[in-house]
Ligand binder design. Structure first.
Ligand code: PMP
Length: 362
């Protein structure tokens, strides 16, 4: 047998990303609160649009995703020419990394930042570098202190997964102002639609203000289209041009485009998701506090429960699983004593809280 062909250096250092689990053996009714997928599933209008698109699935999609980009531009008041769509925002995060960082370069992210950033950095042959957070929140000064002359990209998830915390518009401005001009700032705003704070901004102003900041977004969370893989980003013209050169020519499926257009136009559905999430974040955090379990103040569609002891988090996880409830262990984010709970439907959240009351004996 001929020897295995070696990939580029760094590739085999990657630990593959593991998604939230969805099955438990021997349990019939699963309550899946492990992947931040949105409490209501997709908009019925998205399902109808997809069924319609199924009739022409032998046709290639519009490679430029023109109608989808126009629908996004209308919804958020953006320039459609500077929007690029991807097979999930993950694809765009990877393409940005491959395009702007390589061997010898550093890619900076935060202590408990989203795991795709170091994966993409290693895949590009670059070196991922972590900056410390303070109390599970991005620390702008610590990030700026970690910048070297090798730093090419800084990734910020705002709000961050799995902590649920966020940087204000003013703090994000401070970060950009403190970074050298030749460092690309990627604002990953996958959970932007859920944030109900006046001092938050997804980052459009910063993208518009210069040539070195980008914002990525997704249809996988509030819009409930995780299975369709549709993401998008807003870019300076030159960066949009780079991404349009390196992306697959038909990277977003026709059904995905159709479902995403219908979703983004369904404002009533978005309003319902937003209100439900805000109410259940508050209720879930308050109920956990009453049980003596600490949380961060999440602004996304999940809660981070902090048990203090790894063994308690493990026991709580096992207890929930026995009752068919799957939440997310976040040890791979260096948070072994925490569990992340996605906000689901009201009955699912009631079931989760009832199980936790039983677990804590409160
Ligand atoms: N960024 C963050 C912070 C996320 O949590 C996720 C989903 N887990 C993504 C990006 C990727 O989402 P998608 O590829 O489905 O758009």
């Amino acid at each position: 047998m001929s020897p295995a062909i070696a990939p580029r250096p760094g590739i085999l250092d990657i630990s593959p990303y593991v998604g939230g689990e969805s099955k438990l053996s021997g349990v019939e009714r699963i309550i899946k609160l492990s992947s931040n997928e949105g409490a209501f599933g997709p908009s019925p209008k998205a399902i109808a649009a997809m069924e319609d698109a199924a009739k022409t699935m032998h046709r290639y999609p519009d490679g430029g995703a023109i109608k989808l980009r126009e629908a996004i531009a209308r919804r958020f008041g953006l320039d459609a020419e500077r929007i690029v769509c991807g097979a999930g925002s993950d694809e765009l995060l990877s393409l940005l990394t491959y395009s702007y960082a390589g061997p010898g370069d550093e890619v900076l992210y935060t202590e408990h930042g989203f795991l795709i950033y170091p994966i993409a950095a290693k895949a590009a042959g670059a070196t991922p570098v972590k900056a410390p957070e303070s109390n599970l929140r991005t620390d702008v000064e610590a990030l700026l202190d970690a910048v070297t002359d090798k730093t090419r990209i800084v990734f910020i998830a705002n709000p961050n997964n799995p902590t649920g915390t966020y940087l204000s518009h003013a703090e994000l401005n401070m970060l950009r102002a403190g970074l050298p001009d030749d460092v690309l700032l990627v604002i990953d705003a996958a959970y932007a639609e859920f944030v109900g704070r006046n001092d938050y901004s997804p980052g459009v102003e910063l993208v518009n203000a210069g040539q070195n900041t980008v914002m990525t977004r997704t249809f996988s969370k509030m819009f409930g289209l995780g299975g369709m893989r549709v993401g998008w980003g807003y870019f300076p013209t030159e960066i949009a041009d780079v991404l349009n050169r390196v992306r697959g020519p038909f990277n977003v499926s026709a059904a995905g485009q159709a479902a995403a257009i219908a979703s983004i136009e369904d404002l009533a559905f978005q309003e319902k998701c937003f209100e439900h999430n805000l109410a259940w974040i508050a209720k879930t955090e308050a109920a956990l506090h009453e049980m003596g379990i600490d949380t961060t103040a999440s602004v996304a569609n999940f809660v981070l429960a902090r048990f203090g002891e790894t063994s308690t988090a493990e026991k709580a996880d096992a207890f929930l699983r026995e009752r068919g409830i799957i939440v997310r262990r976040v040890a791979s984010y260096d948070l072994p004593d925490c569990l992340r709970i996605s906000i689901g439907a009201a009955d699912e959240m009631e079931a989760f809280l009832a199980a936790m009351r039983e677990f804590t004996g409160t």
